[in-house]
Design a protein around this ligand. Sequence first.
Ligand SMILES: [Zn+2]
Length: 298
Amino acid sequence: MDVDTLSGLTDGVPVLLHILAARGIRASFFAALGPDNSGRAVFRVFRQQGFLDKMLRNRAPSIYGWRTMLYGTLLPAPRISEAAGDILPRVGAAGHETGLHGFDHVRWHDRLLNMSREEVNQEIQQAQSAFASIFGTPATSFAAPGWQATRNSREALAAAGMLYASDTRGSQPFSPRFGPWTSPLLEIPTTLPTLDELLGLNGCTVDDFFALILSRLESGSPQVLTLHAELEGGPFKDAFAGFLDRCLATGVTFFRLEDWARELLKRPQDIPAAPVFQGRVPGRAGTVSRQGRAEDRS
Ligand SMILES: [Zn+2]
C-alpha cells in the first residue's frame, strides 16, 4: 500500500484499514513523509510523454481532488508527517508493516537518477527522522517512489539500516546489480501491474483489472501487488474489497513483505543477483527501474 499524498493518508488509509481488518488480512504500508508536492506532478506533462494522456484517462483531478493537484504549486505543500502521527501508529497497531515511501515523493520520482549520494542520503534521513519521531525507532523497509532506484539510493538505504527494499518492477526477490556493483540489500520487486497503469488502457475497467490480478495470483507463485491509498482506499474501495473477497474464496493467502524478507534472508545464498535497468511498463509514463534477467550483464 503506497501512501503518496496527505489525502491518501488521512482519507485513504483509514478506509484500507477497515477493509483489511474485516478480512483478517495484514499488509505492508509505505508512506511518503515529506511535503505533499503532488501539484508539481502536473508539470511532468511538459517532460514526459504519455503523462497528459494518463491524467485524462484516469480523470486524475476527480480522483485526487483539485486541492491535491495544486499542492506545491498554487497552494503551499503541506507536510504529510503532520497527520502521520495520528494515523501511522494505528496502521502498526493493526498488525500491518509500516515502512517508508520516501520523503518528497515528487522529487525522488523526478530527480533520483541525477541525485548524488549525499542528496539521496538527505531524502532518506529526513524520512527516517520523521518516521522515528512517530514510532521512536527508524523504519526498516523502504519502497521507492515511482520505482526509481540507483546505486546511490541502494547504498544509502543499506547504510540507513533497511532490512530490504521494494524499489523496482520485476518477477522475484533478488540482489540488484548496477553495473559491476551488486547491492547487498535484498530487493523484493512489485511483480504485478497497478490499477492506475491499466485503468482505461485498451478499455480496461476496474473489474477487468482485478480479474486480471486474480488470474495472476491463481498461478500460485508469490506476487507483489502495489496499491495506492488514494485509489483503492478512495473511489475504487468497493472494487478492491470485492477483489479481496474473491481472493479469500479461492484460497489466496496474504503476507507482509517484511515477513517474506526475513524468510528469504535465512538463506541469502539462494537469492539470485540480477541487473537493474530503466525501462517502460505498459500504461506508465516515463521509465521505472526494472529487474533484468539474472544472466544479463549490464
Ligand atoms: Zn508512490
